[in-house]
Design a protein around this ligand. Structure first.
Ligand SMILES: Cc1cc2nc3c(=O)[nH]c(=O)nc-3n(C[C@H](O)[C@H](O)[C@H](O)COP(=O)(O)O)c2cc1C
Length: 355
């Protein structure tokens, strides 16, 4: 099978190698870290839609890892693999300790957040404001690299506030490459640390994919993934002409069925299930086990609301989950009753949402 982008496939079942070509392959497609969204239940759901997409945790701060309930914060199920943990912090020693703990939990990659613009994160002097401190980010990466054998990556912005994005991104990339980083994921827009909310910071500053392509051209050996505003797998394939990988956030969450195209279109492998209906059944055993442990159905279904978007009955599916699905005793039969409201006939294009 050939992929839409005509890539040569390198097999990487483990993530322990540091061959940049293998890391580039690992970063080829991923679902972005998203606070409150990409939790364990979300990742288990996304995994039934793609075997190959790399999945990221929500950001976990070093303070939480070092002093909090680690099992709750870091525990995950092997079926979610490959999963990367995203850490937030700026103390090299703390990051090294947190990375070692995360590695022991089995994560395939440790990623450092240099892109989050929230006030809470700025108070802690980490996230996007670290774009102003490339030397410190380099120290953090070096400490994490010395602590773990899994790949260490950084997710960053083009720059912050009035920084020149040519200089800021080059400085950040130079510092992390010197520290031995295994890959860089660039959210292709600036962050404004004052005046814009985190949400606005994901839309208002303009995207500049060209800047990321220029970085790749000057650093051909550094695996680079691009993030921001990619809405379809077709768009992702276009971006893969310029960089090694694409990370999709909101579109993957709100339109999860697009993940069914990832394995065939990007990796040249069959999708794990034929369609969204089969995906629900593939997830059913995981949901069954979780309900038996006392979890609520909603913990899964809140991430699944967009699964049937574009099909007649999608709205009735969502409504059923938002009503019956919220009951404390809602179970797999509730989910299946919601699915039964969706037409199995493929609608022409994506026009049938009005149903
Ligand atoms: C609800 C939400 C939570 C997010 N949380 C994080 C986070 O914890 N760490 C991070 O690096 N980025 C976070 N982001 C940003 C995304 O990872 C991504 O960079 C951004 O949404 C742009 O990609 P997209 O246009 O494909 O959504 C979050 C985004 C959303 C929508």
């Amino acid at each position: 099978m050939t992929t839409r982008t005509g890539m040569t496939t390198i097999t990487t079942d483990t993530a322990t190698g540091t061959d940049p070509r293998m890391i580039a392959q690992d970063l080829r497609f991923s679902v972005a870290p998203m606070m409150d969204w990409t939790d364990r239940q979300c990742r288990a759901f996304h995994r039934v839609l793609s075997r190959r997409a790399r999945l990221y945790t929500e950001m976990v701060t070093t303070g939480a890892v070092l002093h909090g309930d680690r099992e709750r914060l870091l525990g995950f199920d092997a079926v979610e693999q490959p999963v990367a943990v995203q850490l937030g912090g700026s103390d090299p020693g703390d990051l090294a300790r947190a990375a070692r703990i995360a590695e022991a939990f089995g994560y395939a990659e440790v990623n450092l957040n240099v892109g989050c613009p929230s006030d809470r994160v700025q108070d802690g002097r980490f996230g996007a404001c670290l774009m102003r401190e490339p030397a410190l980010v380099g120290d953090c990466v070096a400490a994490m690299k010395a602590a773990v054998s899994v790949p260490v990556t950084v997710k960053c912005r083009l720059g912050v506030d009035d920084q020149d994005t040519e200089e800021a991104l080059d400085a950040l990339a130079g510092a992390v490459v010197a520290a031995g980083v295994d890959g860089l994921i660039v959210h292709a827009r600036k962050a404004w640390l004052k005046g814009l909310s985190p949400r606005e910071n994901r839309d208002v500053p303009p995207l500049d994919y060209g800047r990321v392509a220029r970085l790749k051209a000057t650093r051909p050996d550094l695996p680079i993934a691009i993030n921001g505003g990619v809405r379809t797998i077709g768009d992702a394939c276009d971006r893969l002409a310029e960089v090694d990988g694409v990370m999709i956030g909101r579109a993957a969450y709100t339109e999860p069925a697009l993940l069914l195209e990832v394995d065939p279109e990007i990796f040249g492998e069959p999708a794990p299930v034929p369609d969204a209906f089969a995906a629900v059944e593939a997830l059913a055993p995981t949901i069954h086990d979780a309900l038996a442990r006392g979890m609520r159905l909603h913990a899964f279904t809140r991430h699944m609301l967009g699964l049937f978007n574009g099909r007649p009955g999608a709205r009735a599916f969502r409504r059923h989950l938002a009503t019956a699905g919220m009951a404390p005793d809602a179970d797999l039969s509730t989910l299946r009753a919601a699915v039964a409201k969706v037409s199995r006939e493929r609608p022409p294009a994506r026009a049938a949402e009005a149903a």
